[in-house]
Design a protein around this ligand. Structure first.
Ligand code: NAD
Length: 497
């Protein structure tokens, strides 16, 4: 397919009613290159500012997001089709995240003294230099908070950012650019590049210094390979097939409500939402009754009202995947305990929150990410079986454990980047001071926390050698020098840490 000509546009449709929402200019490869050059020119001046000055701008953006909450919610909902309460997760996450990152950055990024090669003679300092221009590529499912929080960490570290949003949801990222500008971010430091991934991705990899990607494992793998070829940094937050464990000592009322929320919030289109639940046989029957009740009482609908728990799926393609997974499972013998129906009477892409049992490994829904409101329930005989089943996946993003006492011990046995005890996903993701990311095929690298900030830097060690070099001084033989140094090393090894 040839690249679209300059002057062409992206048409955004509203998932709520499949009507026209916005027409956004599409950025070409040449325009992306020009934006990257402008970013590269301005970035050194931004990097020279004290971190506290950069942090003040990011903290101001957090306040503006709260001030403009309703407008941000409208834009997120209109492009993604999610419920207002799910859209609010994005406001909450970005406003709080930016403040946490801004508060932490001066300390995380400060230069640090380390013991030198030779005590007293070597003064060694580690600095964190920005990488330069950071590329960020984001998906449609969290179109505001992922651009906001990723860009904030890259900017705090002293970089310029170019960001390619998904073509279904460019307005949310463009609104973020407005907010950053009002907060005082100088021009050209943050540029949104709406356009095709296949056209802009190669330019971003070729011309920038780091790529932060959120999206599917397939695209992430392809981009990671391209970054490896250039030896630039890559971080990928990718797919998931996240497990939830209900253990014998769980509070079943809380577990049922929490499981429904963990599986169906954001209409299940959440990389960290739950798609598999392993329930101990001693509580299975009681839990299932409660879960079905909690699920069928969730209110589905479209629009800006706060009354709906679950909104629309984001597109016809998402609806097709959800229907394919459920139909395939039912055809092969699975049972639908709740939901299982497309609801065009509510909105063109509305689908009921769905619980399946009797899912077997020959069904697509067993191991493939649905990325929709579909939960498979499995009865297990022991905690060990629950742990083994949870870990039996090529993914390792998030897990949830419901238990009064066993949570921390079971968490240590799970191969996922985040584990939530007695909740589904929000506590770990919302702990912005701690890292978040995936093991196995769910990703590489981490966002949030100091890891999420330092990845946008190159560490530079500056060692200042005083009085004598680490070499034989004039008039001292190699042998004598080696003898003295050997003695010195023996002493250092005994007395120094
Ligand atoms: P996707 O990989 O198709 O697209 C994601 C982004 O990459 C979009 O902006 C898209 O335009 C761009 N893109 C696509 N092909 C590209 C290419 N060749 N070069 C450069 N950019 C390209 O993903 P999707 O299906 O739209 O998003 C859903 C996926 O994202 C799910 O698998 C989900 O689990 C994952 N996700 C992960 C996280 C996380 O934090 N781990 C968060 C949200 C979504």
């Amino acid at each position: 397919m040839s690249n679209p000509p300059e002057g062409s546009t992206i048409t955004v449709r509203r998932p709520f009613d499949d009507q026209f929402h916005a027409e956004i200019p599409r950025v070409t490869a040449d325009q992306a290159r020009a934006a990257i050059s402008r970013a590269r020119r301005i970035q050194p001046r931004w990097a020279e500012l004290p971190v506290a000055r950069r942090a003040a701008i990011i903290a101001r953006a957090a306040s503006l997001i709260l001030r403009d909450c309703d407008r941000v919610l409208d834009v997120i909902q209109d492009e993604s089709g999610k419920s207002r309460i799910s859209a609010f997760e994005e406001v909450m996450d970005s406003a709080r995240g930016l403040r946490v990152f801004a508060n932490a950055a001066p300390n995380v990024l400060r230069s640090r003294r380390h013991p030198g090669a030779i005590p007293v003679l070597t003064k060694t300092v580690e600095h964190h230099r920005p990488v330069g221009v950071v590329s960020i590529i984001t998906p449609w499912n969290y179109p505001f908070t992922l651009p906001t929080t990723d860009a904030a960490q890259a900017l705090l570290a002293g970089n310029a950012v170019v960001l390619k949003p998904d073509s279904q949801t460019p307005s949310a990222a463009l609104l973020l650019a407005e907010i950053f500008t009002e907060a005082g971010l100088p021009p050209d430091l943050f540029t949104v590049l709406p356009g095709a991934g296949s056209e802009l991705g190669p330019v971003m990899v070729a011309e920038t210094d780091y790529l932060m990607f959120t999206g599917s494992t397939a695209t992430g793998r392809q981009l990671a390979k391209a970054c490896a070829e250039r030896l630039i940094g890559f971080s990928g937050e990718l797919g998931g097939k996240n497990p939830l464990l209900v253990l014998p000592d769980a509070d079943l009322d809380a577990a049922a409500i929490g499981t429904a929320r963990a599986a169906f919030a954001n209409t299940g289109q959440l990389c960290i939402s739950i798609e598999r639940a392993y329930v101990h046989r001693s509580v299975y029957a009681d839990f299932v009754d409660r879960l079905v009740a909690a699920t069928t009482s969730m209110k589905i609908g479209v629009g800006h009202s706060w009354e709906f728990d679950i909104g629309s799926l984001s597109s016809a393609a998402q609806l097709a995947t959800v229907e394919a997974h459920v139909n395939d499972a039912v055809d092969k013998g699975a049972t639908v305990l709740a939901g299982g129906r497309h609801r065009p009477d509510l909105g063109p892409y509305c689908y009921e929150p769905t619980i399946l049992t009797g899912v077997t490994s020959d069904m697509e829904v067993y191991a493939e990410e649905t990325f929709g409101p579909v939960l498979s329930l499995y009865r297990v005989d022991s905690v060990d079986d629950a742990v083994a089943a949870a870990n039996e996946s090529r993914y390792g993003l998030n897990a949830s454990i419901w238990s009064r006492r066993l949570g921390p011990d079971v968490a240590a046995r799970l191969r996922t980047g985040t584990v939530n005890i007695n909740d589904g996903y929000a506590p770990a993701f919302g702990s912005h001071a701690a890292p978040m990311g995936g093991m196995k095929e769910s990703g590489l690298g981490r966002r949030h926390g100091s890891a999420g900030l330092l990845k946008y830097t190159e560490s530079q060690t500056v060692a200042d050698q005083r009085l004598l070099p680490i070499a034989p001084p004039p008039g001292v033989s190699n042998e004598t020098f080696a003898k003295v140094l050997k003695l010195g090393i023996a002493v250092m090894n005994r007395v120094l840490p």
